[in-house]
Design a protein around this ligand. Structure first.
Ligand code: THU
Length: 132
C-alpha cells in the first residue's frame, strides 16, 4: 500500500481527540491509524485520578486495532487539542513499533517519517529470538 489519505487520518484523529477524557492535564490527544487491510482505527487519551494509570490515545488505538480484527498499522496520525501533530511518548513509540514495525509511517510536526526515524534501534521480538 503506497497511497495514504493523510487528510482522512488527520480528520479522524481530530474527531476522536474531541472525545478525550483529559480533566487533569487538559491536553486531549487523538490518534488515528490505517491498517494493512484498509480499516481506520482510532483512540483518545483517558486519564484517571490516579495519574499514573492514564491511557494514551495510542493505547486506545492499538486496542481498537486488535478488537476490530487485528492486522498491522501502516500509517498513523496523532493530534493535540490544537489539531497539530503530536510526537508519541516513548511508551507509545514502542506500541507503534510492535504493531506497525519499521515501515509504518507517522505524521509528525516535521512531516511524515517511517518508524525507523521515530524509534531508532528499537527493541522488538527479534531481540527475544521470537521472529520466525
Ligand atoms: N498523551 C497521549 O495520549 N499520547 C502521547 O503520545 C503523549 C501524551 C496524553 C497522556 C496524557 O493524558 C496527556 O497526553 C498529557 O501528557
Amino acid at each position: 500500500m503506497t497511497d495514504v489519505d493523510w487528510d482522512r487520518l488527520h480528520d479522524a484523529a481530530v474527531e476522536v481527540m474531541r472525545r478525550a477524557y483529559a480533566p487533569y492535564s487538559h491536553y486531549p490527544v487523538g490518534a488515528a491509524g490505517l491498517t494493512d487491510d484498509g480499516r481506520l482505527v482510532v483512540g483518545c487519551n483517558v486519564e484517571n485520578a490516579a495519574y499514573g494509570v492514564g491511557l494514551c490515545a495510542e493505547c486506545g488505538m492499538v486496542s481498537s486495532l486488535h478488537a476490530t480484527g487485528g492486522g498491522r498499522l501502516v500509517a498513523v496520525a496523532c493530534v493535540d487539542g490544537s489539531e497539530e501533530p503530536v510526537m508519541p511518548c516513548g511508551r507509545c513509540r514502542q506500541l507503534l513499533w510492535e504493531n506497525g514495525g519499521p515501515t509504518m509511517l507517522l505524521r509528525t510536526p516535521r512531516g511524515v517519517v517511517p518508524m525507523t526515524e521515530v524509534l531508532p534501534d528499537a527493541f522488538d521480538d527479534g531481540d527475544l529470538g521470537a521472529r520466525s
